[in-house]
Design a protein around this ligand. Structure first.
Ligand code: GLC
Ligand code: GLC
Length: 828
């Protein structure tokens, strides 16, 4: 069953009923100001950091689930109609049945349209580029055959900035709320009197009939957002919040003639003042508004709003144009051209911080998460990718290890979680090498980057990469496999934790010294990263021998040697006969082997080891992938391991805490599926790779939305596995490495358009039924139009570049100032 449809022309998903199985959300903003918005206008906003600078309040796990947001109430002022006709044009929170409802989630904006008793309303929500504010543009049309006399009430609830404190510290917070209401603008200034120099404002383009800023004045003490007292009464209380719960609500009266249309603009924004010019007059406690008023008046103007909306459309058109494909499969096209690319931007911005499953409080930017997210995002805005690489690298430690997370606002490593996730640093190598291949920006390797944010510890970025690899080599266990530390990619494989105390964090509790438990996954990742370093070194050697590098370049054989050594260890201790093993626990017992009753085979090492080219020549890679197919594949995707853990194992940690079939305990943990897709392409299996691709493709799954339940336009982290009661049900949509990795798998390995240091490679491994496809891709400022035609069932490629045959599968770098290169590719 579907709840809407894709509109590929406008690049929107159109939701046709407010009652989706779960809130289906979108994101507003892509620079510093962000908002989450659901299909019924739920959600919240923040500046840069969902924990430390939250503008509006949102209570997670509420009932109904999605309560609190950017609400508008409409009311007929006619006393006869009034009692019957009070409604929310976005359905929530009043849930009054609407005559028509439609929500369009687009690239950085959401539009919700509805009709009720002849009044049509449309609310368009977005964040103008370069601004720290969001716009709600409400358009009302009177389709009645008589004039309409309406009241419009807006409503938001302010968060007292630190979302964690806001949700817990009531003895203080009930006393600190402060607002100003001046010339119809509501200013939220809690803590502005002391150490904050920022405030929020909520403005409206119309003359106000009234306003409210104290929550219980607006709602009434025993009412919720679904039935505010003020809306029922039809007039505001003009309340000024002193402590308690500051809100923002405007009341506007609107008279509409028959057929008349009117736009009303609301803006909610964040503003910082210079520390020494916070107040006006200076010795007062009144916010200095001179710096913000020009911004407010600019965006209360309809033409300006339209202009800034068009600018947002143009931005996204430009971004998405960087990679456009046309294949015989509509789901592939839609995801690659629109939604998957869009999701990589969202994961780039949010890491794992703020979604409807991530509270914005618990986690900031993850080291391994953000470095992987970059892989799918790099080509969209390389400059921002560069900045992110340098920020992440600055949270690396001198040992080569890394803070597992950092806060986006402060860019400082998070001490509560600390370090010791032994895979973390290796992902940095993959991100940086991918960045250089994409951009040709070799200079980034010379960038001086601190360790642990400590001034004076600056070293070239290249040194950071070297230490990343050395970190693994310095931590080898009894089998000479890498020690796992707190966990590797699988955050829940906690082999040193041994926690039997409720409430302890599986990730940070460590009861073992950590000198025994080893990870075959890290070993495979190490081989991949070491080969990347070897190739990088080789290219650097060849590039310019005389160039004064700021770092010492080891010969490329050095890293090849390290990779080869690790490979031989994997074959000795990490190969189980039919698949790669997963780990050795603290007793040096194997995991992910035929010797185990539960957890006999895991997906991660099969993916990563084959991606690192292990066993491709001698058939062992093929064996491993056949085992994946046989033991792990389901119609809904590939599960993480089998058999699922039926009980809690002290020595395995959080993985066995989940009921079978959920999360890391044998769900379809989607992040890992593209690794298998890539591995299948390495063996030339286009049908298999694309089949796996389609199983978790949200657009393909749209038709089972009642089972899948999450948004059909974005990837999720997890789909319940075959051991679960709800096999096929998705959770944790939006913020997952699944976005970046699927983008990489489909664009670089299945479609096979892959940046190398020397040019764009074209090596498609596509389904046998595809006769042709076409890609237009921007690469280092040049547009490549690649037309691929299948003439045989193999994966052999012949290139013709601008009409001339070219040997191999790399398109040579074109002459300077070339704008476009046309490539014909024949597959035989
Ligand atoms: C979550 C984490 C990610 C981890 C994965 C598997 O998605 O954000 O870092 O790799 O779970 O445990
Ligand atoms: C939980 C989740 C895992 C996530 C981790 C991060 O353990 O199962 O996916 O990576 O939390 O803290």
């Amino acid at each position: 069953m579907r709840y809407g449809h894709f509109d590929d022309q406008t690049r929107e998903y159109v939701i046709e009923t407010p009652e989706t199985p779960l809130p289906w959300i979108n994101y507003l903003g892509s620079e510093s100001y962000f908002g989450l918005i659901s299909n019924t206008a739920g959600g919240y906003s923040f500046y840069k950091d969902a924990r430390l600078r939250r503008l509006t309040r949102y209570r997670y796990n509420n009932a109904p689930l999605d309560t609190g947001g950017r609400y508008i109430y409409l009311r007929d002022n006619d006393p006869v109609l009034a009692s019957a006709r009070t409604w929310s044009p976005t359905w929530m929170p009043t849930r009054t049945p609407l005559d028509f409802y439609e929500c369009r989630h687009g690239m950085g904006y959401t539009t919700i349209r509805s009709r009720m008793a002849g009044i049509e309303s449309q609310t368009r929500y977005f964040v103008p580029l370069g601004e720290n504010l969001e716009i709600w543009e409400l358009t009302l049309t009177n389709q009645r055959d008589q004039p309409a006399d309406l009241s419009v009430f807006s409503a938001i609830e302010f968060n007292l900035w630190d979302a964690m404190d806001d949700a817990t510290n009531f003895q203080r917070n009930y006393s600190i709320g402060q607002v100003e209401v001046v010339e119809d603008v509501i200013y939220h200034k809690t803590e502005y009197r002391e150490r904050r120099d920022h405030f929020a404002y909520f403005a409206c383009s119309e003359k106000l009939t009234g306003f409210d800023t104290q929550r219980d004045a607006f709602l009434g003490s025993y009412r919720g957002w679904d039935s505010p007292k003020v809306v029922e009464a039809g007039h505001s209380e003009d309340s000024i919040a002193h402590g308690w719960q500051p809100i923002g609500s405007h009341h506007v009266k609107v008279q509409l003639k028959v057929g008349e249309q009117k736009k009303i603009i609301f803006i909610l924004g964040y503003h910082e003042n210079p520390k020494d010019a916070k107040f006006d007059p200076p010795e007062s406690q009144t916010i200095n508004k001179r710096t913000v008023l020009p911004v407010i008046s600019k965006y209360l103007n309809c033409d300006e709003v339209e202009k800034s909306f068009q600018a947002l459309r143009v931005l996204w058109e430009g971004l998405l144009e960087k990679f456009q494909v046309s294949t015989p499969d509509v789901h592939t096209n839609r995801m690659v051209n629109i939604w998957n690319a869009y999701q990589t931007m969202i994961t780039f911005n949010m890491s794992r911080s703020a979604s409807y499953f991530e509270s914005g409080i618990g986690r900031g930017m993850g080291f391994r998460d953000s470095t992987q997210d970059l892989l799918g995002f790099l080509h969209l805005i390389p400059e921002r990718a560069r900045e992110r690489i340098l920020d992440v690298a600055a949270t690396q430690l001198e040992t080569g290890g890394a803070y597992h997370q950092y806060q986006p606002l402060t860019k400082r490593g998070n001490n509560d979680v600390g370090s010791g996730f032994n895979d973390d640093p290796l992902w940095l190598v993959l991100a940086v090498t991918a960045y250089v291949r994409e951009t040709g920006d070799w200079g980034i390797l010379d960038e001086q980057v601190v360790y642990d944010n400590q001034p004076g510890s600056e070293k070239p970025l290249y040194d950071h990469l070297q230490r990343s690899l050395q970190y693994t080599l310095d931590r080898l266990g009894p089998h000479e496999l890498p020690l796992i530390g707190r966990a590797d990619w699988n955050d829940c494989l906690n082999l040193n934790c041994f926690s039997d105390t409720p409430g302890q964090s599986f990730q940070t509790t460590t009861n073992k010294e950590g000198k025994v438990a080893e990870s075959v996954f890290i070993a495979g990742l190490f081989v991949l990263a070491a080969k990347e370093m070897a190739e990088l070194s080789e290219k650097l050697e060849a590039k310019d021998k005389k160039q004064d590098r700021t770092y010492l370049l080891p010969p490329s054989e050095f890293y090849m040697g390290k990779a080869a050594k690790m490979e031989s260890i994997i074959w000795q201790h990490g190969w189980d006969g039919d698949w790669f093993r997963r780990a050795y626990d603290d007793f040096s017992h194997v995991l992910g082997s035929k010797e185990n009753d539960e957890g006999r085979i895991f997906i991660e090492p099969q993916g990563i080891c084959v991606m690192a080219d292990l066993g491709i020549e001698d058939g062992r890679a093929e064996k491993a992938l056949n085992s994946v197919d046989e033991h792990l594949a389901t119609p809904h995707g590939i599960v993480l391991q089998q058999p699922a853990f039926s009980k809690y194992y002290l020595h395995l940690g959080e993985i066995s805490s989940y009921p079978p079939g959920y999360k890391e305990n044998a769900s379809i943990f989607c992040h890992t599926n593209p690794w298998i897709m890539i591995a299948e392409t390495k063996l030339g299996h286009g049908d298999k790779a694309h089949d796996y691709y389609s199983r978790i493709n949200p657009s393909v799954r749209e038709k089972i939305s009642d089972l899948h339940r999450c948004e059909p336009y974005v990837y999720v982290q997890t789909i319940a596995g075959r051991d679960a009661a709800t096999h096929g049900e998705a959770k944790n949509s939006w913020l997952s490495g699944t976005a970046a990795w699927n983008y990489v798998a489909i664009t670089q390995w299945i479609l096979g358009i892959r940046p190398t240091y020397d040019g764009l490679r074209v090596a498609p491994v596509i389904p046998s039924a595809w006769k042709n496809f076409e890609v237009a891709r921007m690469y280092r400022g040049v547009r490549y139009v690649v037309q691929v035609e299948r003439k045989g069932l193999g994966n052999e490629v012949q290139l013709e570049v601008n009409g001339k045959p070219v040997k191999g599968n790399i398109i040579p770098m074109p002459a300077e100032n070339t704008k476009e290169v046309r490539v014909r590719v024949t597959i035989t």
